[in-house]
Structure formats: C-alpha cells, structure tokens
Design a protein around this ligand. Sequence first.
Ligand SMILES: [Zn+2]
Length: 69
Amino acid sequence: MLFIVVFGVFTLIPLTLVVWLLVFAARRATRAINQCKACGYDLHSLGDRRECPECGRPFQVNQNGDVVS
Ligand SMILES: [Zn+2]
C-alpha cells in the first residue's frame, strides 16, 4: 500500500505536470500563427487593420501576411 502512495506521488504527479506543460506549450505554439497573443482572436484577413478587434492589442504583419507580434 505504501508503495502505491509513493509511486503515485513521485511518478504520476510529475508525469501529469509534464503532460500538462506539453499540452500548454502546444496550444500556445499553435496560437502564435495569425491569432492575437493576448486573447486568441483570429487576426486572419482583417485587411489593413493592425489592431485586434477583440482586445485592442496592436500587431504587425510580415510580408507573407502572417501575424508576427
Ligand atoms: Zn486580442
């Protein structure tokens, strides 16, 4: 019984945290493409507008039309 508790504390909890961090990083990485970094609003095809319509955060677009900041 003690083994199960020790196994759970020292293995499953850190493993859960690592998986959670990986999921968090993956979501953040996918958000970086054409989405507002503050609120996640899709900034794709807003024309000449350089400000998020949802939260007002300014952004810049590179030569390919991708949001870079
Ligand atoms: Zn925004």
